[in-house]
Design a protein around this ligand. Structure first.
Ligand code: DON
Length: 309
């Protein structure tokens, strides 16, 4: 990366922009175990392809990764050679609807619009469950541990149980998809795997280090190739167009990077060839994206001039 850039100063300025959003947004409460988070907490980490890591605020504090795990299941599904079959079962178009919407599934024959809305992620989890002989969530945990170097990282079982208990919407999506023959494995098994990977607790540092796989165009931390360059490009493209749901246009406009959000308040963004950056603040906008994390990433790319455009 550009040696003249003071990354720490850039993160401090990004955090200042995030803190100015204090008091706006709402912490997710449809998963009750997430509702205890302090809405004004904030952290941000930057990991460069040269191996440097910088952070501000609560950048080492684990939070619920939620839908950021959908990026990891997609990476692993492609890495396991599951791509060809997958794109007959899930699309690659933005949905323009909320992440948990049921509406398009009915007219689109149980084929979810993209892998990042809940319906699409349930299909990807089903595919990964088959590819890993029943260990989809564990594969995500193992991948995060290996890339982050943090062996303590794990599913928060209390959050997973809370999601399952209040998961009527996801159960409806999964059963509807299954009614169209688009789930291979048993609905309850797939949902349990889905909740287990959404409920993984990881920090901004863990996620930024893991996101480097996409910044390195498919290379893992140990230098081995996980994805082809083309697969990494394709995942980044879907991240840009679908990673923040019905706010993907606004996120691309403001931040200009591929990014994946989660209702735990994290957003992981990729600067291909340069770095991965993860910001976290639990209070969400109406689309389910962190207000503070989006503001921080907006400031980060505005101040640095880095973007895919
Ligand atoms: O299934 C759910 O609703 C959650 N486990 C994940 C949703 C989510 O993170 C949406 N992202 N912003």
């Amino acid at each position: 990366m550009d040696n003249a850039v003071d990354y720490q100063e850039l993160l401090v300025a990004s955090m200042a922009a995030a803190l100015r959003t204090a008091g706006t947004g709402r912490v997710a409460d449809y998963i009750p175990a997430l509702a205890r988070e302090d809405g004004d907490a904030f952290g941000m980490a930057l990991a460069t392809v040269e191996g440097e890591v910088y952070g501000v605020g609560d950048w080492g504090r684990p939070f619920s990764v939620q839908s950021i795990s959908k990026l990891l299941t997609l990476i692993l599904t492609l890495a396991e050679g599951g791509e060809a079959d997958l794109w007959q079962r899930v699309g690659r178009e933005p949905s323009g609807n909320p992440f948990n919407s049921l509406i398009q599934l009915e007219t689109e024959h149980g084929i979810p619009r993209n892998p990042f809305i809940n319906a699409g992620a349930i299909v990807v989890t089903d595919r990964l469950h088959s590819l890993t002989d029943g260990h989809a969530a564990q594969a995500v945990v193992d991948f995060l541990r290996a890339e982050s170097g943090n062996p303590a990282l794990a599913t928060d079982q209390e959050v997973a149980a809370s999601e399952a208990e209040h998961g009527h919407r996801n159960a409806a999506l999964a059963h509807f998809i299954a009614s169209h023959g688009n789930l291979v494995n048993d609905v309850d098994t797939v949902l349990a795997e889905y909740y287990a990977h959404c409920a993984i607790a990881a920090s901004c540092e863990d996620l930024a280090r893991t996101g480097l796989v996409l910044a390195r165009h498919g290379l893992r931390a140990d230098g081995t190739r996980l994805l082809t360059r083309s697969e990494a490009k394709r995942i980044n493209a879907i991240l840009l167009t679908c990673g923040t749901y019905d706010a993907a246009g606004d996120f691309a406009y403001r931040v200009g990077l591929p990014g994946k959000s989660g209702v735990g308040g994290g957003i992981l963004a990729v600067l291909p060839g340069r770095a991965a950056v993860c910001a976290w603040g639990p209070a969400l906008d109406p689309a389910g994206n962190s207000v503070a994390a989006a503001a921080a990433l907006d400031a980060f790319t505005t101040l640095s001039g880095w973007s895919v455009f």
